[in-house]
Design a protein. Structure first.
Length: 466
């Protein structure tokens, strides 16, 4: 690789580009697709936005054709997923410390590299279009630096850039670059899966774009109705269907007759509903934006059960209220749920977590979360589970759920809960699994994996209050 880089001086290249282009008075005209992609990527990386919220809004407000919307979606999510690899390649070329490079330049470079190596865009077109974007968003002088860097990178194929990884002894470090994940997540996967091959499959699966998955809400829509949107029925959930449509353009979604929800979350909600069918009062302790709450409120209504959703954020509680039916929404800290003075037959504690089980749908999470986040999350998870136990009736059911497979957020939390609470016992998840769902249990717990089940890596444990 060193031989490939000999003779490349980015400072000289930038100076030459600046000199040759200094008298160009043409205004930059980046194409609308790449401009929109940059707006989302930079908002995510530089200002803490979330791609799954930003991108649908911007696409809905744009005048782009359907094909161009697909291009933007692939570019945004792909760039965010693979930016660990992109950054490693950039570091091999640039003439300064990576941390010293302007954040706008870095995001433009990531977008350019992703087109070159991971999309069906010819290298020369990727470089040209990305430099035009750079002229607009970071200015002419910085665009020359982008031009020189991308041209240097384009001289080799992706396989050539990755060749040095073959001699890297540290498998965690190698996989972190090859599959574009932070090392702490790779290490956690090794702890869980115990197999180099399984870890590689799991990391690879996180980088494969997932088709949007719709969920029907009982009483408002059916799985069969969703099949008209160009997809197929979900394998394990009786409520879902994939789609080839952009979700924001689907009538059922716009009219709040159906939602967008990964099949893993649908499976969790379905298991909870099945296990709780003999209990009349259901509580969703941490309703979030309302995905599981919307499905569960519909199922509860069909069984003449009552349903309550609790959400700590008033803004998100309003979102929950928009999608549930015949149910209550409480706004408050789930840890203080007992202050309402009510008990429930079944309580779902879908607790805040690192979210590393949903990396294919929320790619920025892998770069945003750190091991330091675990300590606070673990404490919060314990407190919420304690609160769930406190408001569950004797003989009632408690479901503990995370969208993370990390040991500290899953099996260790279950073990600690059983030690803290002598009035609960764990139930086996096996009797409540959907037909055909295999290799999805760890002991008595549910553990889905993206590479095995094509779902988010959801974890679920069931307890009975005694």
């Amino acid at each position: 690789m060193r031989e490939l880089l000999q003779g490349i001086n980015l400072s000289d290249a930038s100076a030459h580009s600046a000199k040759s282009g200094a008298k160009s008075f043409r205004s930059p005209r980046p194409d609308a697709s790449r401009m929109l992609a940059y707006n989302v990527v930079s908002e995510v990386n530089q200002r803490g936005g979330f791609a799954n919220l930003l991108l649908p809004r911007q696409l809905a407000d744009s005048d782009l054709e359907l094909r161009d919307k697909g291009f933007v979606t692939e570019l945004v999510y792909g760039t965010l997923r693979m930016q660990g690899m992109h950054d490693w390649i950039i570091e091999q070329v640039v003439d300064r410390d990576f941390s010293d490079i302007d954040s706008g330049i870095v995001d433009v470079l990531r977008i350019g590299i992703h087109q070159m190596f991971h999309m069906r865009v010819p290298k020369h077109a990727a470089v040209s279009a990305t430099v035009e974007l750079a002229r607009k968003v970071v200015g002419e002088s910085k665009a020359t630096y982008v031009n020189a860097t991308l041209r240097a990178i384009s001289r080799s194929e992706l396989a050539d850039w990755l060749t040095p990884l073959e001699t890297m002894d540290d498998l965690v470090a190698r996989y972190a670059i090859l599959y574009s994940h932070p090392e702490w997540i790779v290490s956690a996967y090794f702890d869980l899966l115990k197999s180099d091959e399984e870890v590689a499959k799991a990391l690879f699966a996180n980088n494969v774009p997932a088709q949007p998955t719709l969920v029907s809400w009982p009483g408002r829509s059916t799985q069969e109705e969703l099949l008209t949107y160009g997809g197929i029925a979900t394998r394990y959930s009786p409520y879902g269907a994939t789609t080839t449509f952009i979700p924001s353009e689907i009538d059922h979604v716009r009219k709040r007759l159906a939602g967008i929800q990964d099949e893993g979350s649908q499976i969790v909600a379905s298991i909870f509903a099945t296990a709780s069918e003999n209990h009349m009062k259901w509580l969703d302790l941490c309703a979030g934006p309302g995905g599981k709450a919307a499905l569960l409120s519909g199922i509860a209504g069909s069984k003449n059960n009552t349903f309550t959703a609790n959400e700590v954020s008033e803004a998100r509680a309003k979102l929950v209220d928009q999608v549930i039916v015949n149910a209550r929404v409480w706004v408050g800290d789930g840890r203080e749920i007992a202050t309402h003075g009510e008990s429930f037959g079944a309580v779902l504690a879908d607790v805040p977590c690192t979210g590393i089980g949903a990396l294919r749908r929320r790619p920025e999470v892998r770069w945003r979360r750190t091991p330091a986040d675990l300590a606070n999350l673990i404490l919060l998870q314990k407190q919420l589970l304690d609160a769930a136990v406190a408001v569950t009736e004797p003989g009632g059911l408690i479901a503990y759920v995370t969208c993370s497979p990390h040991l500290a957020e899953t099996k260790l939390q279950v073990r600690d809960a059983l030690v803290r609470h002598r009035n609960i016992s764990q139930l086996s998840i096996a009797p409540f699994l959907p037909a055909g769902l295999e290799y999805a249990t760890v002991g008595d717990n549910l553990q889905l994996w993206t590479h095995r089940h094509d779902t988010d890596a959801m974890f679920m444990a069931l307890f009975q209050r005694v």
